[in-house]
Write a new protein. Structure first.
Length: 424
């Protein structure tokens, strides 16, 4: 169990860091202020500031985010009139830090009760100093000043010129899809490493290997190197087509036509029953063939990403075309359960799982749902067509609706996963 938890945290951490780093690096290059780069969600465990960005580690290892200045989901705390703060000034009397938290005390800080602020364009803060309400004191705020939020996290303020909407549309579009791009890169990289680790590349062809024990196919007379041409009259040209036919016939007699050295042979057999994720499926004791050439290994990242990408897109299309089931989705519980299975298969299993999740995350994030990168890209396209941006209010409402939908879906998927893996 401990090993599974450790692997789960590492895999999730790698996925989050790669994805969010894509947003981070392109935003920085586009002149957009990244206020926070967070790994994990929930309460803050640790934070470190560098180059105007606060890097935080949070308690729950179930995601992460980058807070870009001015985005609808920036979540900047508003300094309302009456808010007590403490100001830190430089030698010129300009505010360099605004403390709103009880967790930090600023050296030689000036207590102020806020009456008015503009940290967007005017860059000033006004209020009653030391509780003296007889006069309102006004202080200029430095462009690169920081604000310490109520939870103790120190972030840089976000003036208009470094906000997300101030960047050009092409730069904002690149920033929005950069995380997805990084997940594709991660999948290609990990699949390439996997090709060398396992000594070759698993082929998606209809040529098979027979397992040495408990093999229905071997008992029926099928040998390693045979090509399965059809199952019960259904033509099979690749492993995926074979798997679908075999898995759909648990404990049912099937007719298998193979090609062996140019000769066709027909065999009859009855697939054994195997239960996975609460579903019964047929197995006949065969595995995919493997290409061990150097060329196959070095190209494995591209070939495996392409092959698995097509499979995932096909599954996604099947869901949206009227065959949707919560069992087709998996949340953190399902990923944890699958992590346990992958861990038992060693480093190859973990690498394969990591690449699969990275590719899955990339494709799902491109779905045009508000709150996902694909939804943000749709807003960018609408802006390009209208030749003016969607209003901040509209974007915020759309993002909140999308976020609420995703949270509801996550709750339903998580409960479904608990029932599938732990209550049956």
């Amino acid at each position: 169990m401990i090993r599974t938890i450790v692997v789960f945290i590492i895999v999730f951490g790698i996925l989050v860091i790669f994805h969010e780093f894509g947003h981070y690096i392109i935003a920085k290059r586009s002149g957009i202020l990244v206020r926070e780069f967070s790994v994990g969600m929930g309460p803050k465990v640790f934070y470190y500031r560098k180059n105007s960005t606060t890097f935080t580690l949070r308690l729950l290892p179930l995601g992460g985010y980058v807070r870009m200045a001015g985005e609808a989901d920036d979540g900047e705390e508003e300094l309302k009139p009456g808010t007590p703060v403490t100001l830190q000034l430089n030698d010129q009397g300009t505010v360099t830090s605004i403390n709103t938290s009880n967790k930090h005390s600023l050296f030689q800080g000036i207590p102020l009760t806020v009456t008015d602020t503009d940290l967007d364009t005017g860059l000033y803060i006004k209020g009653y100093e030391n509780g003296d309400e007889s006069q309102v004191k006004s202080y200029p705020v430095d462009h690169d000043a920081t604000i310490i939020e109520t939870d103790g996290t120190e972030l840089q303020i976000a003036p208009r010129d470094v906000q997300f909407q101030s960047a050009t549309l092409p730069k904002r579009m690149l920033t929005n899809v950069a995380g997805v791009f990084n997940n594709f890169i991660l999948a290609i990289l990990v699949y390439t490493i996997l090709g060398f680790v396992q000594g070759g590349v698993v082929s998606n062809s209809n040529q098979i290997n027979v397992t040495p024990s408990n093999s229905v196919a071997r008992d029926a007379g099928i040998k390693s190197g045979d090509r399965i041409l059809s199952i019960d009259g259904h033509r099979t040209t690749n492993w995926q087509e074979m798997a679908v036919q075999i898995q759909s016939k648990p404990n049912e007699k099937i007719s298998v036509v193979i090609d062996r050295d140019g000769q066709k042979k027909t065999f009859s057999m009855k697939p054994k029953v195997q239960t996975a994720n609460g579903k019964k499926m047929g197995v006949i004791g065969i595995t995919q063939s493997m290409d061990t050439s150097f060329k196959a290994k070095i190209l494995s990242g591209l070939t495996m990403t392409w092959s698995m990408g097509k499979t995932l897109l096909g599954a996604l299309w099947s869901m949206v075309s009227g065959h949707f089931s919560l069992n087709d989705l998996g949340g953190p519980v399902a990923i944890f359960a699958t992590t346990s299975q992958a861990t038992q298969m060693g480093i190859a299993g973990i690498l394969n799982f990591l690449a699969f999740l990275s590719l899955n995350l990339a494709i799902i994030n491109l779905v045009p749902i508000p709150g996902l990168d694909g939804g943000k890209l749709v807003l960018n396209i609408i802006e390009a067509v209208r030749r003016k941006p969607v209003s901040q209010t509209t974007e915020t409402v759309v993002t909140l609706i999308g976020f609420a939908f995703l949270m509801l879906l996550m709750i339903l998927v998580t409960w479904n996963d608990i029932e599938r893996y732990f209550l049956h």
